[in-house]
Ligand binder design. Sequence first.
Ligand code: PLP
Length: 469
Amino acid sequence: MSKNLLREDHLFKQVYDYVLTHIERHEWKEHEKLPSVRKLAEEMNVHRLTVLKAYQLLKKHKKVYVKDKSGYFVQPDLAGEHIENEDHPIINAYAQKNHLSEIHQASVSYDFSHALIDPNLLPNQYLSHYVKKVFDLYPKVLATYSTVQGDVELRETLASYFISQYKSQVHADDLLLTSGSQQAIHMIAQAFIKPRDTVLFERPSYSSAIDVFKNQGAKIKTVDIHPDGYDLLQIEDLMKTYKPRLFYLNPTFHNPTGYTVPAHQRKRLVELAEQYRCLLIEDDAYHDIYFDQTPPPPIYTYDASGTVIYIRSFCKYISPGLRIGAVLCQSALMKTLITVKSLVDNGSPLLNQKIFLHYFSSLRLQEHLKKIRIALQIRKEIMEKELAAANWNWVSPKGGLNLWVKLPEDISTEKLLMKSLDHSISFVPGQVCDPLKESSSMIRLSYSYANEKQLSIGLEKFIHLAKSM
Ligand SMILES: Cc1ncc(COP(=O)(O)O)c(C=O)c1O
């Protein structure tokens, strides 16, 4: 491509993103007239044709509509997403979205939408007995703040754990304890992203992370993830062209696909990130949830220059209620994140950290993990048996909590969701996991929350519903 064409393409994208950001943030409201082509071209110092081209593409993407001779107007949200805020300009202007939590709000009998482990499989009794002991060991635990960075005893324990697992040099000061990994993602977006910064995302990706970065005003570019990892040339090209601030990735038993990025790609990815000065945000929420083989070491273990911010969650398989997550990164980044954490909540609850500490250090954890891996594999196989009978396609994951399933093209997954919710069944349509929000025939089915009976009965019903559409 010639230099001029490249520049024009870049300007066109700038105009497109500028208008889209205003619409998505509701700074320009439904049916509001967009600036005229001439005015916006002047304002952004681009050619009028560039603006016209951007408006035309926005029209094609149903973000704006055109009225003869009057110009372009903001298209109302056809999904009715913001109707309840219509009369509240302030709420409307700053409305944030979390597509996943909207699906989760429905209480259903056959829950295939929560990527959570059935509470009956978690160590409830053991933890509740121990809670009483925590008060004997730490009588003032409720009368004390945790430090902002998190309880030092727990950070030291986690540092030893990382050293023993991956032979990497980790010190307690390199760790920040958060209320789950969701908070870590949110804090990273707040700390390092300003509106209109470019961030890379896997496509598909974890929906609530997409929403966090979009709510922060980031422009998202996508990297396809495949069963055997990424196309590193595509990543290099994106890094070179868009100079993204960061790449948010979930490379181990990826949500929603279950894919794992192989070790040789991890190493190269760190080299690319260093070369193009792009932070890698490695979200490792599912590392311990494997069936047979341990996954490759985390990407941070290949990083010698502080390019990776590593997020590890312990919520899924120990206690979602305790909300324990950890961030591992180099000291300059850590300093910023500690400041953000102090502004968010001044430190996670100390009681939770102390309860977790005890469990994490106990032999019980290893026994629990062994049991849970077997239970989850059985559930996955039940789900796969039902789906095989329907002749649908998926790549069987080696860990994690979800199947990423391709339905026949003629089924609308959004319509199927409505119909399924009417029959007390939930799942996540692929569109929710797509940073570009295009419709697709993919769906995410979680096998970890429903019990074995609910899985067989619910999936039979679900397949029957899909086939009758
Ligand atoms: C990839 C990924 N990251 C982060 C989270 C948030 O987990 P938590 O905040 O419970 O640690 C989830 C939850 O589904 C997830 O799938």
